[in-house]
Structure formats: C-alpha cells, structure tokens
Design a protein around this ligand. Sequence first.
Ligand code: BGC
Length: 745
Amino acid sequence: MNPSPGPDLDGLTLREKVELGSGADFWSTKAIGGVPSLVLTDGPHGVRRQTGPSDHLGIAESRPATCFPPAVGLAQSWDPDLVERVGTALGREARALGVDVLLGPGVNIKRDPRGGRNFEYYSEDPHLTGALAGAWVSGIQSTGVGASLKHLAANNAEHDRMRSSSNIDPRTLREIYLRAFQKVVRTSAPWTVMCSYNRINGVYASENHWLLTTVLRHEWGFDGVVVSDWGAVQDRAAAVAAGLDLVMPGDGGASDAALAAEVENDAGQIQNVHTAAVRVAALAEKARRAPGGETAYDVETHHALAREAAARCVVLLKNDDRTLPLSPGGSLAVIGAFAQTPRYQGGGSSHVNPTRVDVPLEEIRALAGSGTVSFAPGFCIDGEQDPTALREEAVATAAAAETAVLFLGLDARQESEGFDRTDIELPAEQLDLLAAVARVQPRVVVVLSHGGVLRLAPVADLAPAVVDGALLGQAAGGAIADVLFGRVNPSGRLGETVPVRLQDTPAYLSFPGENSQVYYGEGLHVGYRWYDAREMEVTFPFGHGLSYTDFTYSGLELSQGPEGITARVTVTNTGDRAGREVVQFYVAKPDSAVTRPSRELKGFTSLTLDPGRSRQVQVLLPREDLAYWEVRGDRWVVEDGEYRVWAGASSRDLRATATVVVEGDRLRLPLTLDSTLGEVMADPRAAELLAKHFAVPEAADGSEETMGIDMARMMASIPLRRLVSFGQGDLASIEALIAHLNQEE
Ligand code: BGC
C-alpha cells in the first residue's frame, strides 16, 4: 500500500532519509530538508508536555494540563459522544502546548486484573474498547492533532514487558487482542500506531512484519506512521524491514549512522527506508496543515468538562434501602485519607500535572447545605501513623453522624505502569476500618478509588452503598460529590468483571508468565466470557451499574440486513427521577461449528428518560462483528444460521431476548488427504460421491446403526488417506476423488 502523499523527498540522501526515521530528542522528530519537526508526547488522559528534563516514567516536571479521567474511568461512561468531546478538548490542549501527536489511546485488553497498567486501558472487552477508543481518536484528530493507537499488540502485563513473548493462538489474537486495534484503525484512521515492547509468538512487535505490515497495513488499510514504543527497538534494520517508520526516542544519531551503513547496498532496505521517510514526512505535513488559530484553551471550561465526564463515569455498584442519594442538611462523617488527598490518576508515562485538583471533602462540604460534615482520615496513605488510633478516631466520628462516607482505595505506590500487582486486595487496614465503622454505623457509603479491579466481596458484605470511582481525573472530588447528593444520577457501568476472588480469574495460573514466556491458555475466554462459560458467581458483573431510578425493557425486535443485525428495544423509566440507561446487546451463536463464548457484547447505546417515559432504541450489530476468525482459511467468517441476541443492563442482567437468522459467508475449505470422513460427509453432495466410491459397512438390518452405535459418528475421525489401511481403495483413486470434489462448486 502506498503511503499518503507528502513532501517530495527526492533531494534527500539515504542518510537523511534514515535520520527522518528516528527522534531528534526525547519527544520530537528531526527537521530535515523541507520536512518540519514534530512533537509527540503522552497522553492519553492529559497532555504531559515536558519542556525541561524528559522521561517516559512520569517523573520529571511537565506543563500543567487538564487531567481527564484515565481510560479505566472513562470507559465506565459507556459513552462514545462524551469520550469524543474529551478527545477534542485534549486536542485543543495539545495544540496550545505545541504537541502534534498525543500518545494514546491505549487499547490493550485487560487480560488479568493484576496488570499494572490496566488503569490506562479501557476494558476486558474488545467491542467496548474499540468503540470508545475510536471516539477518542476522532475527537482529538478533529483538532488537527494526531493520535497514537497503542500498544500494538498483546502488551497485557508489565512484568518483563520489554522481553516477554505473549504466546497466543490465532483466533484469540484476532478476536480478542487485535480486534479493538482493527476497529479503531478502520473507523477512525489514527495518524500513528505505536508498537509494543513485547514479543508476539516469539517475534518482537517492533520487528514483526506480519503484524506491522501484513495485518496493519495490508489487511486493515493503515496508511499512517508506525512509531516504536519508547525504547522498543533493539534491531533497527529488522524493524525497518518489518514496517516500522519511526524509532523513539532519539539516540543522538547513533542508530542512524549504523543503519545507513548497514543498508547502503541493499536495494530492498533502501526502499523500506525511503517508504518510512515518506510516511514520516506525510505525517509532519498533516500536522503542519492543521487548522491554525486557537493557541490557548480555557482552563475552567476544560475543568468543567472533566467534572461532567468524571460524574458520568461513576458506577453505583450497590444501593440497598436507597441509602443514596444523600439529602443535604443531615450530619455526615467523611472518613478516609483519600477524601482529603484524592487518588485520581495512575503512575508512569501517562502522569499529568493537573491544572487543579478538586478535593472530595471540600466538594462534599460545598453541597451539604446546612448539614454538618465531620472528617477523620481513618488510615494514612504513607503508613506512618498509628493505625489503631486513626481507626478509633474514625469510628467515633462515624458513630456521631447520621451517615458515614468512607473513601477507600489503592494508593499510587500500589499500582503503576512498570509493574503488576500480586493481589487484588484493598489494604487490610482499610478493610478493618470499614468493619469497625460498620459496627457502629449502619448507613455506610463506600467510595472507591483504584486503577485495577479490587476484590469487593468484603466491602459489598458490609456497606449498604458502594460507589466505584475507579480513577476519575482531577475533577473526581466534585464529580463524586455530585453523585452522592444526587445532582448527577449515576449511569456509569463496569468495563471489567469484579470476581469473587483472584483464584477465579481466567489467567490466574498463567499470569504474568515466566522465563519471558506467557501462554494465553484461557484463549477467547477473557473477562466475562470466562465467568459466563463456567457459570461462575461474580461479585459485580461486566456492564453492571445502578441508577437512582429504575428501567424496564420490552419488545426486543431483530432484523437482518447486509450491514448486520438491527436490534430495537423499548426502555421505560419506571422510577421517580430522570436518568440515563446504558442498553447493552450481547450475541451468541448457539450451534456454532467452533468454540464460542456463551455471549459477547456486540453493541450498546444509552438514552436519558424522564420518569414514566418510554423510548425505543435502535442499534446496529455490525455483520463483521458477528464473524469468528477461521484459522483454516486465515479469514473472518460469519456463520450461517440462527443468532441469539439479548438486550440487558449488564452481562448478567439480561432483560429481553430474541433470535434472528443470518445468511452466512460461504466457507469451502479444500479437501486434502488429511481431511476426515466427517469433514467430507458434512457436505451432502461430497458424502454422496464418497459413498459411491467406497463400501460403507452396513448393519445386518440395513440401518445406519450397529449395536446401537452410530456408524457415521464412529468413523468420522478417519482421515481419507487412512481408508487405504482399511482396504478401501488406493491412494491414487482417493486423490482423484479429492481433486474431483475440490473442483465441484
Ligand atoms: C510507554 C508508552 C509511552 C512512552 C513515552 C513508554 O514507556 O509504554 O505508553 O507513550 O513510554 O512516554
């Protein structure tokens, strides 16, 4: 595929073209000939623009920028329109800070809740991930700033991330780990894609021709720049040959000199260097042509958007006896160090220097009206104070109030880019605090802040109300206060299952691998696909989230067309306040010829309804999303026949179901000597021909059964070539028959 047109590079020497393919410094590319320099920087949930010392670990200073909810929080909105608005705001800030490409979104699938970087990724589900990340890319790129879809591919653990090999079977790779990348490339055309550090089935992503060229460019049609993750290239010549265009960060020119010398007599590599340089030049040209004008953004407007977004991302996990919303005017005990020092983003390269930070305690006080709000830290984040004294003070504070709101969660040191967690527990000290408070105060609301999934069974057992904030960005405090007091009716939904215990999780025994090898043995059954297939209890299912009102679903209708399945369902707000409902559509192929998850998310939408009102929603479940990856033909196949669709409020709260017949793709795999009798018999015409050629043993009574045994099933696994061993013809006649059958249409 030809790259997009860019400046003419004919006047450049080989060395200059090589130089275009690597950074000038940590964050920018080189200006060479007529090609201007570009600035690429993190990302994704805020602009990390370093103008002094630079690093990829979020350590050195960066210019202030709005810290929007990180992907873990943003995903809980299930709202592509909102995500697109956030992307647009990020684009404006990037432009104001002189950034051409923002390094995001991260669309790796959360294979295991221990993954250290799960806070920077959207979901355990590729459909949700692809839909939201695509909206993010469209938003940012609408401002003339490029996105960098990362990390391609299968970077699902931090442990040993620069060496380890993610060993994944082809179907799982395609259907789970590449699907969101494919969707975003096709729907939103990101300007750049970032390859990951790790290897995929033994080959480094940066040197993986199959991944970077065959799949990304030839199959998906990507025509932008493939940039390396920072420091992901160890053999630049191999990377150039694989289709990598830009090595970051710059190394002072050392690898330019080496590469130019290495390729000077290799026509193929000279062409690869040229192609990469053309792509980098085209990217620079795109950035140069970005609409001019706005060089500043309004900090307050963006903070307000951050608050609106954060509030939409809050998930109400539990609300017994309508403990929430709180009424202003009562007496409230706010407990927990995170109420004063909020945890709102993750550590590492995505770390943003916020323009300001809302403090939950202050925001609660601002909305509490004439009520009293007392505070006790309950525990200390750095572990330097006596936990017993802190707990006793908190218990007394909680006992004296009408309601206690406990801010619990993980501290920045407990989860970050660069390492994985070893458990999914809240600190024991916090669970002890909750138990002690619950003994004196029945009205307990727990507010959670964390980047990775937590074991919540003990929290759900003790607290009548649980609010999940995940990580919500700099306006978390205000957003949580809005939800607690009902100024915002919560509508967020989980992007990940909350398992009963770590031991239940799909990759429990194979995460994070050893000796730099990770075997993805659970295959397709990641996240809810695993718990559903095994019919396991979970604490909170994928897609779960409550509202202060209630909704019912009725009249699910399905129709099939060339674009896919159109699903319509009517939703009614049966409660007493306006609210937003996220309607999820799960699909199964009950009699599939291949292993399939019990059901998979294939579409979702949301609507806001006043009390007593109903509306029908309509969603297209795209035909391509119904397909499975057929390993024998190396292609996507939509199976023929009946599909079951559910409309639901979570993967476990399925409210309406119906079936529809879909006309599938024609899949005709050529027969070989190793094809089995069963495979031949599956095609009635082939079966007839085969029967004519070979004697099929008959039961004495002429039926197809002998001694109650189905002969066809018994013989189904015999490969055609083995018929010779049973005295059924010779190889030549079998080969002739195969040739004949393969010619038949
Ligand atoms: C991370 C990337 C990031 C880059 C630049 C790497 O360590 O994996 O996500 O964009 O650093 O900071």
